[in-house]
Design a protein around this ligand. Structure first.
Ligand SMILES: NC(=O)c1ccc[n+]([C@@H]2O[C@H](COP(=O)([O-])OP(=O)(O)OC[C@H]3O[C@@H](n4cnc5c(N)ncnc54)[C@H](OP(=O)(O)O)[C@@H]3O)[C@@H](O)[C@H]2O)c1
Length: 226
């Protein structure tokens, strides 16, 4: 049975990953920020853990609770959009730090803290949740300063991680869910249904191998341009 830890699973894409992977027979460990979120995850059939990905003590506490539990995959899914419509003059230092802490630094520090668990697992997949907004070459309409920067930086750090961890046979891949109807997008009518997006990413995860390390792959199996 494959095992995965999904960070940020209380709702949206993370929660749907929990549902679909349980259905496929995976052992799913999943995190929420509070007890109510953990209780809901337990009801789905996941093993719940508390995690605030922006808090290094919370990451350390999770790692301590997991101990030597082997994990085939860690998915750093937790993310926030920040206020995406702000013109640059309105973006504050605090807002930039808040978005980068969650989307970039928390994700990288989480997989680093759980590296021993990945090494004890068989598939060794360190998965980050990227976005088309990370792509500099596709940015032809601007806006979303903090969110874009956070995901571009995530890609950059994941690529370095891929290089560093190749020797450990850990596959460091980034996923792109597409534009999905969740709280983050106010369930925008033009978005993909969350089950369709996640089913696509599950197919990608099932096929990942070390040869894919450093790639950013969409729910449709296509590489995301840098
Ligand atoms: N939806 C899209 O179209 C889209 C497109 C591209 C990429 N993505 C990425 O996909 C991921 C999931 O997005 P979503 O659409 O499912 O968003 P969502 O519905 O807003 O859910 C975000 C999840 O992240 C958790 N989270 C936020 N801050 C956290 C923190 N400090 N510590 C731990 N957990 C935290 C939330 O927990 P709480 O319930 O406690 O807030 C929630 O479970 C994000 O990384 C996002 O950037 C989404």
């Amino acid at each position: 049975m494959s095992s995965i830890l999904i960070a940020g699973a209380s709702r949206g894409i993370g929660r749907e990953f929990v549902r679909q992977l349980l259905e496929k027979g995976w052992r799913v460990l999943a995190t929420a920020r509070d007890q109510a979120g953990c209780a809901a995850l337990a009801e789905l059939g996941a093993e719940p853990f508390i995690l605030d990905i922006t808090d290094d003590r919370s990451i350390a506490a999770l790692a301590a609770k997991l101990g030597s539990t082997p994990l085939d995959a860690v998915l750093a899914n937790a993310g926030i959009s920040g206020d995406q419509s702000m013109p640059m003059e309105a973006v504050t230092w605090a807002e930039m730090v808040r978005v980068m802490d969650t989307n970039t630094l928390g994700a990288v520090l989480l997989v680093a803290a759980l590296k021993p668990n990945l090494l004890a697992g068989e598939r060794r997949l360190a998965l980050g949740m990227s976005s088309l907004m990370s792509s500099i070459s596709s940015n032809n309409w601007g806006t979303q300063y903090c969110y874009r920067a956070s995901k571009t930086a995530l890609n950059a750090m994941w690529r370095s991680l891929a290089d560093e961890w190749r020797v450990d046979a850990i596959t460091c891949a980034l996923l792109r869910p597409g534009f999905v109807k969740t709280d983050m997008t106010d369930h925008n009518d033009r978005g993909l249904d969350v089950d369709v997006s996640v089913a696509g990413m599950v197919r990608v995860i099932e096929q990942l191998a070390l040869a894919d390390t450093g790639r950013c792959i969409g729910f449709d199996g296509k590489d995301v341009p840098w």
